[in-house]
Design a protein around this ligand. Structure first.
Ligand SMILES: [Zn+2]
Length: 127
């Protein structure tokens, strides 16, 4: 079956995904490194900024930003791993809902996409 994607296009996307993955792993290790530095019992306490109410608010907002960032990074990492696995399994570029090839320009814009535009649109309308 014709995937609609050239092998070299897939290679190019794979390269992109691998470098994104490396970037995310770096970011994640920066985050956890920071946590170890700034909190006494890791992950539970907030980094200490000061006693003023303003600064405490800042602390909490920094803390949740980190948690959110970490979640976003982990989600992206899972998406990237999924895409890399599909490349290995030779199912990359195939919509997981309808089994049709995903448009190349969609994949180039969003390499982790696993559904075609029409399925994606339908899903969003159903939500
Ligand atoms: Zn589809």
């Amino acid at each position: 079956m014709d995937q609609g994607l050239k092998q070299e296009t897939i290679k190019e996307i794979e390269k992109q995904l691998l470098s994104q993955k490396k970037q995310i792993l770096d970011d994640l290790s920066d985050l956890s490194h920071k946590d170890e530095h700034e909190s006494d019992d890791r992950g539970v306490s907030f980094p200490e900024y000061g006693d003023k109410p303003d600064e405490n608010a800042q602390e909490i907002s920094d803390y949740s930003t980190n948690v959110v960032t970490e979640k976003v990074l982990e989600k992206s990492l899972a998406d990237i791993d999924g895409a890399l696995n599909r490349i290995k399994a030779k199912t990359y570029g195939i919509c997981k809902y309808c089994g049709k090839p995903i448009a190349e320009r969609r994949l180039l814009a969003r390499p982790t996409a696993n559904s075609c535009i029409s399925c994606k649109t339908e899903l969003q309308e159903n939500e």
